[in-house]
Design a protein around this ligand. Structure first.
Ligand SMILES: *[C@@H]1O[C@H](CO)[C@@H](O)[C@H](O)[C@H]1NC(C)=O
Length: 247
């Protein structure tokens, strides 16, 4: 091999192993298809044009840029026209599009939220949030990683089966989602907005407590930072829909 080609090859290898971004491994362990939706926080890109189909038992490697911030959620029961990419989903729908392209999902939907460092802090923050309700169990787990707060962010239980009647969302006679108290009541008290927008006066509702009891490693209400929010530094994370119970 000529020396110039060899150097080029070495520099290619170096760029692979010192890539600045983070790799997300998105796994569908559910019995049915999931259509993950992705949304970059304002000022951050949205990978995969914001959505894709992930058949049962499959996974997708997603490389996000350095210091990426955004959210990923699962959509279920989707049906899209293959030629136009238009259709609808029973949960997490984004204007009936396969690729959400900057749109969020309709709640209730379990959200995986992350900020993978900022110019001011090298720490990665991530959580699985039930603040906008629940539709599908999901977890986010670092591979290796350093820091005190590395751990499992998850709601592994199916909250749909124990959802209080007044919070249930049904499609075609089946419970597909469970609203949070904030989503159902849309009041400052339950959403921790207005005069309740601080940790002192924002207290978890009865449903916040219920969610927390069933999914202790999820972020169940605004300011639930103590156990819900993880901090770590890892180069790879696994996000699993319908994770096996991680114990
Ligand atoms: C990303 O965050 C790191 C750690 O805080 C910082 O040193 C770096 O400048 C940031 N990079 C960008 C592109 O913002």
């Amino acid at each position: 091999m000529p020396i110039s080609q060899l150097l080029c090859f070495l520099c290619f290898l170096t760029s692979l192993s010192f890539s600045d971004g983070t790799q997300l491994i998105i796994v569908n362990n559910c019995k049915e298809s999931i259509w993950p939706g992705i949304l970059g926080t304002a000022g951050h890109p949205t990978p995969q044009e914001g959505g894709f189909h992930l058949p049962s038992g499959e996974q997708l490697l997603l490389d996000v840029p350095e210091n990426w911030s955004g959210r990923i959620w699962g959509r279920q029961g989707c049906c899209f026209d293959p030629s136009t990419g238009k259709g609808s989903c029973q949960t997490g729908d984004c204007a009936g599009l396969l690729q959400c392209r900057g749109l969020g999902g309709v709640p209730p939907a379990t959200l995986v939220e992350m900020t993978l460092a900022t110019p001011k802090s090298a720490l990665h923050f991530y959580d699985v949030s039930l603040v906008d309700g629940f539709n599908v169990p999901v977890s986010m787990v670092p591979i290796g990683g350093s820091g005190d707060g590395c751990g499992v962010a998850a709601c592994e239980a199916d909250l749909n089966v124990c959802c209080p009647l007044n919070l249930v969302v049904k499609k075609q006679g089946r419970v597909v989602g469970c609203k949070s108290a904030c989503l159902a009541a849309k009041s400052d008290r339950y959403c921790c907005t207005g005069e309740f927008a601080n940790p002192k006066s924002c207290k978890p509702s009865v449903f916040g407590h219920l969610f927390k009891a069933i999914c202790p490693r999820a972020y169940s209400y605004a300011f639930d930072d103590s156990t819900g929010l993880k901090t770590c530094m890892a180069s790879r994370y696994v996000i699993t829909f319908c994770p096996p119970n991680l114990g």
